[in-house]
Write a protein that binds this ligand. Sequence first.
Ligand code: ATP
Ligand code: MG
Length: 557
Amino acid sequence: MSESNTEIKNFIQKIIDDDNDSGKWDGRVHTRFPPEPNGYLHIGHAKSICLNFGIAERNNGECNLRFDDTNPLKEEDEYVRSIIEDVKWLGFDWEDRLYFASDYFDQMYEHAVTLINEGRAFVCDQTSEEIKNCRGTLTEAGKESPFRSRSSEESLDLFERMKSGEFEDGSKTLRAKIDMSHPNLNMRDPVIYRILHSDHHRTGDRWCIYPMYDWAHGLEDSIERITHSICTLEFEDHRPLYDWYLDRLDAYHPQQIEFARLNLNFTVMSKRKLKQLVDEGVVDGWDDPRMPTISGLRRRGYTPSSIRNFAEQVGVTKRDSVIDVVRLENSLREELNKNAHRVMGVLDPLKVVITNYPDGKKESLDAVNNPEDPGAGTRDVPFSKEIYIERNDFMEDPPRKFFRLGPGREVRLRYAYFITCTDVIKDGDGNVTEIRCTYDPETRGGNAPDGRKVRGTIHWVSVSDAVDAEVRIYDRLFNKADPEEGGDFLSALNPDSCMVKAAKLEPCLSEPGGETYQFERLGYFKKDEKLSKNGDVFIRVVSLRDSWARFIKQNRT
Ligand code: ATP
Ligand code: MG
């Protein structure tokens, strides 16, 4: 492994180094990312993808993409396709190692038969309710099922008949015979198979019994000869059960390593909750740009590298914590600040007429594309007698510290001239509809030869050259740092998470190539293909700065 001085090894890498030193896996490193195809992937999954594929990459190992598709009730092909697309987009390659747990159903069944034959599993007629009630508690032992003493022959016969469809859903289960007074509740005769007369997205109606997660998951890792089975902390208590299964079956035994899942503030992350947002129409699909899904982030304008860098920066720990979503946003900002071309767009236009500018005259002004990157060059921006400025860059009665435009005040138009406001035009209701200014022809390019200074520089767009576009200002979907505090995350929705503006943009944006621009002073924006059916729609990728910093501070006390 090549290592820079700044790289701090995470504890998983240390385990791998130790294993390589001791020759435990003959130098092999084989990980996997094992999503259940019951929804679209989110940023938490991205963390796991980066970790698993990253570890394989760094150690000359391999990483499988494996669908853990053992629950036909919730799984769909659409989810499989979206997951494949997302992992690819993040830039990882599973080569020819795309696997499905459902491909192992026969082997899993055979293993179950082995356990029955050895007297380590039995068919139980208790209902799920009864099983739950007999389970006991952390302080109290559970009660053994009356069917626990069934002979292996009888259990085997019943299990085969379960498989052939003779029994109704829920009427029987196959259970491991472990220990009903085991201190770990997962070890109290857990269910291995349940009856479910339901079609599976890949195996169709071939099966009407399906393996439980805990039974299936360890076997999948074993079948694929995974070396380091990396999972989140909640599976720590399940590890003894996986161990028990694999040891009893005398099967290949990967090493499970748990790490703390990624949590972000202002976000919900479980697929179940994200699905609820989609199903209830709170958002416009799984890839709504406000969603923490990988497809939502992609559409929003996140790049694979910004997500991978974020995942790397938050690191891997053993302790649960909540990461500030600003760190994700900053990872993107940092990249866009380096790469994005600057342009001008006016989101809330107010017309300005420059009274001493010649009628019909047009000039091309030179504008820098990216001050961070001289190689990005310059472009021509048209200037004329009538321009739009941002409505909130003008105040009729401004306080002293307002350095933008007001009656009698002078500002700099970015890349253009100094202008001074001379008149304010209003409609019958007293709303400002237009302002009149004069310009100083000596200040072309933004500097006065007499050395006079102005405090404010504002952006603008020439009226006759402007392109019309809808702009959507997306903001956080939730306005509570912990949307689940109090139980109902839907009540924490931010009512202003999408604000629509009729904007005027610089003409170079009439045909953008899908890249993200910095609209000067406003943030980063990109055209959204999906929304741009009847005219261009730009969405805000991320603001220039973290405008929520103060909000979070106030709410932290
Ligand atoms: P969710 O609870 O959000 O629906 P899940 O754990 O049920 O997620 P799976 O499809 O089972 O989703 O997860 C696939 C892999 O992604 C697992 O290895 C899981 O541990 C990992 N994973 C899921 N959520 C996170 C997270 N927030 N942070 C890190 N890893 C995660
Ligand atoms: Mg899951």
